[in-house]
Structure formats: structure tokens, C-alpha cells
Design a protein around this ligand. Structure first.
Ligand SMILES: O=C(O)CCC(=O)C(=O)O
Ligand SMILES: [Fe+2]
Length: 202
């Protein structure tokens, strides 16, 4: 459900065409961001992610977890996962993100990158289970990491830094036309947690 019309009032679209990405900057101050980072490190059921790549089951170094309103099953990289019930801290963060973005969400995928050696390859979040053209809200905690977009048909790219406590949204037709990536880097030695709030439809 959209609580107000999509475009956040005083933000500029970071994409030049074919989609909308908004960077809200730090929506959580440094002390609270650190507090949430610690609570999520301890309180989330982190597991190594499993994916099918060229027919082989691969286990990623990065850890993931998935939470939601109901025990949705969700197929991602050909492996089906079941959402766990929200924890108190996730509900607090969901409420904050909903208030900032004016949109509600019913699930959250969390990623834990232990160091800069762990990242995420180019992809778009266009799974069938996700609401078409629904907003995906990405909240970052822990170390700052570089994040980028690459257009599927042109050479256009856009890069940004995702700071601790910051919020970014990907909305409109972004997933149709753009890939996004968290590049690995040898320069980062400390962990980052990312939460992407999404809307699953049946
Ligand atoms: O870690 C990030 O900032 C991005 C995560 C992501 O793209 C995803 O979970 O689909
Ligand atoms: Fe993604």
C-alpha cells in the first residue's frame, strides 16, 4: 500500500532514465545505527546463502536471512526459502523505513558481508514473487560500501556510497532496466549488514 505518491519530495533521482533510485542519506544517527548493527548481528538467524549456479549448489561466504509477515516461501537463485517471523528490532526498523518512504512492506531480506571480500554480483530484484514495480527499500548498517547500477541496454552506470544508517530506494521500472551490484573490495576489512524491505505478492 502506498501512503503517498511515489516520488519523495526533496530527493533527486540518481538514475538518468528508465527507473528511479533515491538516496535518503543517514536516517539513523551513528549511535543508534551501531546499536542496531549489534542487535542484528546477535539476534538474526544468519545462514550462508545457497544458490544453484550452472546446476551446482554453491554456498556463499556472505550470510543471509529472510523475515516476513507470514512464512512466505520465496524462490531465489532456484532455492526455496521460508520467511521467519519478524523480530522486535526488525519491526522497529520496518516502521522507520515505512515512515520515511511512505510505503508499507511485508518482508525483508538481510545480507551480512563479513569483510570487503564478500559482495553481490550484478543482478536485478525482479523475482515473480515480488510486487511488480514495487518499491524496494535498502537500509545499510556497519561499514560504508560502494554500490552501483548498470543499465541493461546502454553503457550507463551510476555509483554511490552506502553509509551506515542510510536508506536507499529502488522503485518504478528500475528492476526492468538496471542491474545493481555491491563490488568486492580489498580496502574494507569490517562487516556490513544490509536490509532490503520488499513486498511479496501471491
Ligand atoms: O547489500 C546491498 O546493498 C544490496 C543487496 C541486494 O541487492 C539484494 O539483497 O538483492
Ligand atoms: Fe538486489
Amino acid at each position: 500500500m502506498d501512503l503517498f505518491e511515489h516520488t519523495p519530495l526533496d530527493l533527486v533521482n540518481l538514475l538518468p532514465f528508465d527507473g528511479e533510485v533515491y538516496y535518503y542519506g543517514k536516517v539513523i544517527d551513528a549511535a543508534r545505527a551501531e546499536h542496531y548493527f549489534q542487535r542484528l548481528m546477535e539476534g538474526i538467524a544468519w545462514k550462508h546463502d545457497e544458490a544453484m549456479i550452472f546446476g551446482k549448489k554453491v554456498v556463499t561466504k556472505r550470510k543471509v536471512a529472510w523475515y516476513g509477515d507470514r512464512p512466505f516461501s520465496y524462490t531465489y537463485s532456484k532455492i526455496t526459502k521460508q520467511a521467519l517471523p519478524w523480530t522486535p528490532e526488525l519491526l522497529e526498523l520496518k516502521a522507520l523505513v515505512e515512515q520515511k518512504t511512505g510505503t508499507t512492506y511485508n518482508s525483508c531480506l538481510l545480507n551480512l558481508y563479513h569483510t570487503g571480500e564478500e559482495g553481490m554480483a550484478w543482478h536485478s530484484d525482479g523475482e515473480k514473487d515480488l510486487k511488480k514495480h514495487g518499491t524496494i527499500a535498502s537500509l545499510s548498517l556497519g561499514t560504508t560500501r560502494k554500490f552501483g547500477f548498470k543499465h541493461k541496454q546502454t553503457i550507463a552506470t551510476r555509483w554511490m556510497q552506502l553509509e551506515p544508517g542510510s536508506l536507499l530506494t529502488m522503485q518504478g521500472t528500475t528492476q526492468d532496466h538496471w542491474l545493481h551490484r555491491l563490488p568486492p573490495t580489498k580496502k574494507v576489512l569490517t562487516p556490513r549488514i544490509n536490509l532490503t524491505f520488499r513486498t511479496i505478492v501471491r
